[in-house]
Design a binder for this molecule. Structure first.
Ligand SMILES: *Cc1c(COP(=O)(O)O)cnc(C)c1O
Length: 346
């Protein structure tokens, strides 16, 4: 790709190895559990996360919704971060389709939810109140700027959930980025959680697909939820084949994306007029100083037109540009971006 697309890590195209695996994939009818490539991917994913079973789903949104539908009854309440993806960016699917009521807790700048806030979000056993069923974390935390949550913190939340007989779900869309950031086995970040969703299609580069893991019994119910959501597919081994390449070959290089995000933040921070807001894992946020006389819109337009560089304005906060590094952004691309922004600001 000549274009340098920093809008998201979802813009990643499949790698040549993925395209080859897709062309050669053995397939069967996955609704009959007959697709060997899907079965292998699910078994590998369950083992990698340290859970009994897994189900391949169309997207992270579908994985999270299948999890909530499988864990909760209509009228249940769940405790969830107020800027979490599940609460803010999934159209309230839990309420629309599951009759599940979100009870939000404030997401801290480090992406965590304070245990005291979780405690006070639990409803008493009172017939006026919806029953609190589940608590969910997000790792890395998207709206907190790609903040990774540690295994120690996750264990604290798991202990809180156990103490209060709550189910514990992790939206781990980028959980492998968190594992890379802390240099830990992803199993340690999933330990204590009843279910975890992760995306194959972001930094891992698969063209589509996410995985939901948990116990055998939970996954059986999640498969039922996937069916009613219209997400059961047939010879879907062609997608799972790319997912397997993602799972086996793309995790260990995510640290490069983090290094490139750091280089990008450092390079941009040296330009007069650029204010770096944060850099965590593969995310960089920046704004322009007041004295800069080009608007954000004009800057982005010029980058697109003159340099084939794509960035996007962050919808969550005024005046911020969000950048995400990924497989298709190398060091030379970082240098080009810094040089382009430098010349447009001077
Ligand atoms: C992207 C994302 C999702 C949803 O994944 P889709 O595949 O886009 O539906 C869920 N949670 C988080 C934290 C995400 O970043």
């Amino acid at each position: 790709m000549k274009t340098i697309d920093l809008r998201s890590d979802t813009v990643t195209h499949p790698t040549p190895a993925m395209r080859e695996a897709m062309a050669n994939a053995a397939v069967g009818d996955d609704v009959y559990h007959d697709d060997p490539t899907v079965n292998q991917l699910e078994a590998d994913a369950a083992e990698l996360l340290g859970k009994e079973a897994a189900v391949f789903v169309a997207s992270g949104t579908q994985g999270n919704l299948c999890a909530l539908l499988a864990h909760c009854n209509r009228g249940d309440s769940i405790i969830i971060g107020d800027s979490s993806h599940i609460f803010s960016y999934e159209q309230g699917g839990m309420a629309q389709l599951g009759g599940i009521l979100p009870h939000t807790a404030p997401v801290q700048p480090d992406g965590s939810l304070r245990i005291c806030d979780l405690e006070s979000a639990i409803n008493p056993d009172d017939e006026h109140k919806p029953a609190t069923r589940l608590v969910a974390l997000e790792n890395t935390h998207n709206a907190a700027g790609g903040m990774p949550l540690s295994a120690e913190y996750t264990a604290e939340v798991a202990e809180f959930a156990r103490r209060n007989r709550l189910i514990f779900h992790i939206d781990g869309a980028r959980i492998f980025n968190a594992a890379a950031a802390y240099g830990v086995d992803v199993k340690d970040l999933a330990a204590g959680a009843d279910s975890v969703t992760f995306c194959l299609s972001k930094g891992l580069c698969a063209p589509a697909g996410s995985i939901l893991v948990g116990s055998q019994d939970f996954i059986r119910r999640a498969r039922r939820a996937r069916k009613v959501l219209g997400g059961s597919m047939r010879q879907v081994g062609v997608l799972a084949a790319a997912g397997s390449v993602a799972l086996h070959t793309m995790r260990d290089r995510l640290g490069e994306d983090h290094d490139n995000a750091q280089l990008l933040a450092e390079g941009l921070s040296e330009l007069p007029g650029v204010r770096i807001k944060s850099q965590n894992t593969n995310f960089v946020f920046f704004s322009l100083a007041d004295e800069v006389d080009i608007s954000l819109d004009a800057l982005l337009e010029a980058l697109r037109r003159d340099y084939d560089i794509f960035m996007s304005i962050y919808s969550g906060e005024r005046g911020l540009i969000r950048l995400r590094t990924h497989y298709w952004i190398n060091r030379q691309a970082i240098d080009k971006v810094v040089a382009a922004v430098s010349s447009l600001l001077s």
